[in-house]
Ligand binder design. Structure first.
Ligand SMILES: C[S@@+](CC[C@H](N)C(=O)[O-])C[C@H]1O[C@@H](n2cnc3c(N)ncnc32)[C@H](O)[C@@H]1O
Length: 244
């Protein structure tokens, strides 16, 4: 669960080009001839993608499980009248509304550890999607979680933030354990230490497609990274486009 990490999340995500991600989603919408009016973003985090949808005037509802992440999103999004922020869980969210586009980005789906919970999430998305709606999400691929993140340790040494990200891939349960230790410089010049553990589940492409199919999606497409090419053995991020 994102706690204190939320408050430095944006400083550590500077290598992610959210504007480009937004443009990719718009390309998907063009490719599938969709012109959504209402949008739901699940696991919006600190609102980095939400910001671009909000700025373009869409009727946007966003939710996240972490109230700390939402508090950062609130600071970014409260200038927009067309945005509603909620504290909900993807697995059992309930919003009395249907949406033309539902998105869930930046490997948030990997945070759902149980397969039956993922099925529940997909069914729930299907129920909240309008008749002509579209569901777009991405995952960290099995290959990335097992081989790239794997059992490796990453260190980042910056002026104000130092962190150690240790990983353990459990190949029995297909779960990637992230052990994160942060040292963050406070106003008094001293560094505060805190720790967070995160889990991401490594799903195989066929597994995700099977669950989407079970959840009632009739058309399911998957793409390598930010392209429109089919995923391959070395795809690190896979986008899914699903139609009811
Ligand atoms: C890697 S962050 C991505 C955040 C955001 N989508 C982005 O693009 O920066 C994963 C997010 O998923 C959220 N999350 C994890 N499990 C969740 C759940 N069951 N329901 C809702 N949000 C969840 C976390 O709180 C976190 O904000």
């Amino acid at each position: 669960m994102y706690g204190d990490f939320a408050f430095i999340y944006d400083s550590l995500m500077t290598d992610v080009d959210y504007e480009n991600w937004y443009s990719y989603i718009k390309l998907i919408l063009d490719k599938y001839n969709k012109n959504p009016k209402s949008i739901l973003e699940m696991a919006c985090g600190t609102g980095n993608i939400s910001y671009y949808f909000a700025k373009d005037g869409y009727d946007l509802t966003c939710f996240d499980l972490s109230s700390d992440m939402l508090s950062i999103a609130y600071n970014k999004l409260n200038q927009f009248k067309n945005v509603t922020l909620l504290n909900q869980n993807m697995i059992d969210f309930k919003i009395n509304k249907e949406f033309d586009l539902i998105i869930c980005l930046c490997d948030s789906i990997n945070y759902i550890i149980e397969k039956e919970h993922l099925l529940k999430t997909f069914r729930n998305v299907r129920e909240h999607l309008s008749q002509n709606g579209i569901f777009v999400f991405d995952i960290n691929s099995y290959y990335k979680l097992e081989e790239i993140i794997g059992n490796n340790t990453f260190i980042e040494d910056r002026e104000d933030i130092f962190y150690i990200w240790q990983n353990y891939f459990d190949c029995k349960d297909n779960i990637s354990h992230f052990y994160l230790t942060f040292f963050v410089k406070e106003q008094n010049g001293l560094f505060r230490r805190f720790h967070e553990d995160h889990l991401e589940k490594a799903y195989k492409l066929e597994e995700v497609i099977e669950l989407l199919d079970m959840a009632g999606f009739s058309q399911i497409y998957s793409y390598d990274g930010f392209s429109f090419k089919a995923p391959n053995k070395r795809s690190e991020r896979i986008h899914f486009v699903c139609l009811p």
